[in-house]
Design a protein around this ligand. Structure first.
Ligand code: AVI
Length: 335
């Protein structure tokens, strides 16, 4: 249950909920211990996004090879009013993983144009990115009421706070769903469909299956921004948990696995090493060429999206793609 102590009125139209700091540090520590003390080492991608990681991700979105953000922006620039009009208003907007919220503006503006006032609930694990984007939006749009949650999605979905009597349009953009494995993405969408009401809707942004060379290029930029983003999770362990990872001793690798439909990212140890992590009281042993799996970025086709929707309490209402059909934004409705 969310307690009132965790709420901050940042400005007149911007209320912030922050998950308690100790809980956030503990879950990072637990996940690092669990992921680095098993034979197939792995770290959850949500830990990329401290303020440095969020800034690196913003830089990735500008890379010529990383077409996803531009393709999705093109779709929203063209169709945001149509998307908003596809849901019976007035609506409230709940956004999962808002990040810089640049693309969200297009939908907020469409909703404000349609109904004058909008309640907007962004949820993001990274407090820095969330606070800066939510304050800018609240200051810029007088019709917007912002209640922001710096927290894990499921924690917020489980709390009673998001239950509203208004029609909800939830946003899960940027192919963020792609970073969940199929079972976890069903669980998350199921948590959404159970927290909201029949008839409430979800706009889901997904990167589409395509030529593997194009997909791999998007995750292997020659300037090394994606490599720095990937290594930031080790840098965070050093900063926050007293780790002693030598970042130069790892190489970034990203490969498309056609059978699983995902680009899988790893950090590959360039030599054998033992790395103490002081706050966990452990030392992690790695052999030369051993990998740490850090992220999977799943790619979809229309059948994958329909299957995910059906398995999690939604039906597909309609979908929009960019002119090169690289990316889709699909409107799912809770049945
Ligand atoms: C946030 N997420 C959808 C990105 C993706 O495409 O999987 C994160 C990313 N990882 C490397 N480049 C971008």
């Amino acid at each position: 249950m969310i307690s009132h102590k965790e709420w901050t009125p940042v400005s007149e139209r911007f209320l912030l909920y922050r998950a308690p700091e100790p809980a956030r540090v503990e879950s990072f520590a637990d996940d690092v211990r669990a992921g680095l003390t098993v034979p197939r080492k792995h770290l959850p991608p949500k830990y990329f996004y401290d303020s440095l990681g969020s800034a690196l991700f913003e830089a990735i979105c500008e890379l010529p090879e990383y077409y996803l953000t531009r393709a999705e922006t093109e779709i929203l620039e063209r169709y945001a009013p149509e998307m908003v009009a596809s849901v019976d208003g007035p609506i409230e907007i709940v956004e999962f993983g808002s990040g810089s919220a640049r693309k969200t503006r297009l939908l907020l503006e469409a909703a404000l144009a349609a109904q004058g006032r909008v309640d907007y609930h962004p949820i993001d694990i990274s407090p820095g990115a969330l606070i800066s984007s939510a304050s800018t939006l609240a200051a810029e749009y007088p019709g917007l009421n912002v209640t922001a949650y710096a927290s894990d999605y499921v924690e917020v979905l489980r709390s009673a706070r998001l239950r509203t009597s208004q029609r909800v349009l939830a946003l899960f953009l940027g192919s963020n769903i792609g970073n969940y494995d199929p079972a976890a993405s069903q669980r998350l969408l199921r948590a959404m469909s159970e927290s909201f009401k029949p008839g409430d809707a979800l706009l889901l942004g997904t990167d589409l299956k395509k030529d593997p060379a194009v997909l791999e290029r998007a995750y292997n930029d020659p300037t090394g921004v994606t490599a720095a983003f990937n290594k930031n999770v080790l840098a965070r362990i050093n900063r926050e948990l007293g780790g002693a990872f030598d970042l130069d001793a790892f190489e970034h690798s990203a490969r498309y696995d056609g059978a699983r439909g995902s680009v899988d990212s790893f950090l590959v140890a360039q030599r054998g090493m033992t790395v103490p992590i002081e706050r966990l009281g452990i030392a992690v042993g790695l052999t030369a060429a051993e990998t740490i799996h850090t992220e999977s970025s799943h790619k979809f086709d229309a059948a994958d999206i329909a299957m995910l929707a059906a398995a999690s309490g939604f039906r597909v209402e309609r979908a929009w793609t960019d002119t090169d059909a690289r990316f889709a934004v699909t409107l799912l409705v809770i049945v």
